[in-house]
Design a protein around this ligand. Structure first.
Ligand SMILES: Cc1ncc(COP(=O)(O)O)c(C=O)c1O
Length: 455
């Protein structure tokens, strides 16, 4: 059959609440046009993030009842460790409460002031944790990714020549590790090819530098490899994921994505000395090494979720349903980052609202309008988030795993197309409050009622 259906049926439902346009106008004004500040109960379809928002399966809930809450030596830890070792091949599995805790521990142990850590694109917590140690985080994304309209297969690849140049100019001793983020969240959810991972490994191995995967979306990346990279069509997603991990010396992982859990993460390494230092730090702030800040039931949910994320029917539905949203709006002329990523669709707000200059936050204005029109929450990734460093103004529509059905997505398409029709009437915004750092979480804005005239 041609129709790809949700590979699950619904056993437990959570009501979502309709609001009137008048109510949404009021909530938006009270929130200073910042969707982070709107209560979740007043959101109809929440596409703010795919992180920690997955629906768990019956098997995960059942496993949670088995959660062994022992402080030390919990059975649940050993179950999760077995699953992670089988998947990644890494010797040491260190649980953490989420991905950024794994990052903080790893970089505290490995990085020193003045050193440099390359990545295809650092996620914001990755960058912040590296910079917190005094080291520099450098993005070395393939130059092909700069063209948002180029429909290329692996726009998450690392620029290997740029990596070689960087190691040469900085000196290998000043590069404590190289990271590859799969898929590349900050770069549009684009995948990294196996060939690229293998080539980066070859380069870093020559210099004795360890390679780490930021593996949050390893299963989605594996699916893209199966679909797009010659030679992998007959491999299972698990076999592909195992091969991806085989090139790495360790990984950081947020189980809130392809762990299908609502909380959790881990840090892996093959290095005994490093693992000992990491566990010492873990005990200081996260917890004992057999729970790492998590309840035993969370470890159980992750152990089951890691296997479910690799299910072929699930992955087919997941990637196709994200592309479905992208396809339907781009066919109607709505500008998006191409091709659709694994976990999200990114609207190009500067192209959507060319009458709004970047300093009037076109991404925030578009996100606010999607809420006004249909109660949809998205997130701006642009001038409000990155100020002058913003290269683009994007609105990310991240799809939570196994949460929304096709009719929800059809509704999202309809709302976006309605907004597209009256785009010329959407006003820009100006700031009325901003915090000294990470301003996008708490900023207040108001509409600039006079739309800029053409010169
Ligand atoms: C690529 C990437 N790395 C790291 C993280 C951090 O994970 P967490 O939110 O669990 O701390 C995220 C979260 O969105 C991410 O997308």
């Amino acid at each position: 059959m041609k129709t790809i259906i949700e590979p699950f049926r619904i056993k437990s439902v959570e009501p979502i609440r309709q609001t009137t346009p008048e109510e949404r106008e009021q909530f938006l004004q009270e929130a200073g046009y910042n969707l982070f500040l709107i209560e979740a109960k007043n959101i109809l379809i929440d596409l703010l993030t795919d992180s920690g928002t997955s629906a768990m399966s019956t098997e995960q809930w059942a496993a949670m009842m088995r959660g062994d809450e022992s402080y030390a030596g919990s059975e649940s830890f050993y179950r999760m460790e077995r699953v992670v070792r089988n998947l990644t091949g890494f010797k040491h599995v260190i649980p953490t409460h989420q991905g950024r805790a794994a990052e903080r521990i790893l970089f505290t142990v490995l990085c020193r002031k003045g050193q440099v850590v390359p990545n295809n694109t650092h996620f914001d917590t990755t960058r912040a944790n590296i910079e917190f140690t005094g080291a520099r985080a450098v993005d070395l994304l393939t130059p092909e990714a700069a063209d948002t309209q180029a429909r290329l297969d692996f726009k998450g690849n690392m620029d290997v020549q740029a990596l070689e140049r960087l190691i040469e100019t900085e000196g290998a001793e000043n590069v404590p590790l190289v990271m590859i983020t799969v898929t590349d969240n900050s770069g549009g959810g684009q995948p990294v090819s196996m060939e690229n991972i293998a080539t980066v490994k070859k380069v870093v191995a020559r210099h004795g530098i360890p390679l780490y995967l930021d593996a949050c979306r390893f299963a989605e990346n594996a699916w893209f490899i199966a679909q797009r990279e010659p030679g992998y069509a007959n491999w299972t997603p698990k076999q592909i994921a195992q091969k991806m991990f085989s090139y790495a010396d360790g990984c950081t992982f947020s189980a809130k994505k392809d762990g299908m859990a609502n909380i959790g993460g881990f840090l892996c390494t093959n290095d005994d000395t490093l693992a000992q230092q990491e566990k010492d730090l873990l005990i200081l702030t996260e917890g004992y090494p057999t729970y790492g800040g998590l309840a035993g039931r969370d470890l159980e949910a992750i152990a089951v979720g890691l296997e479910e994320a690799l299910d072929e029917d699930y992955l087919r539905y997941r990637i196709v349903s994200t592309a479905y949203l992208g396809q339907h709006i781009s066919d109607a002329g709505v500008p998006i980052v191409q091709p659709p990523g694994g976990h999200a669709i990114y609207l190009d707000a500067r192209a959507f609202l060319p009458h709004i200059p970047a300093d009037q936050f076109p991404g925030v204005a578009l996100a606010a309008e999607l809420y006004l029109q249909g109660g949809i929450r998205s997130v701006e990734i642009g001038t409000l988030m990155f100020a002058g460093a913003a290269q683009m103004d994007l609105v990310r529509l991240a799809i939570p795993r196994r949460v929304y059905t096709q009719s929800h997505i059809d509704y999202v398409v309809e709302v976006i197309l309605e907004v597209w029709k009256h785009r010329e009437q959407i006003p820009g915004l100006r700031l009325t409050y901003e915090a000294p750092f990470l301003r996008h979480f708490t900023a207040h804005l108001e509409p600039v009622r006079v739309v800029a005239t053409r010169s």
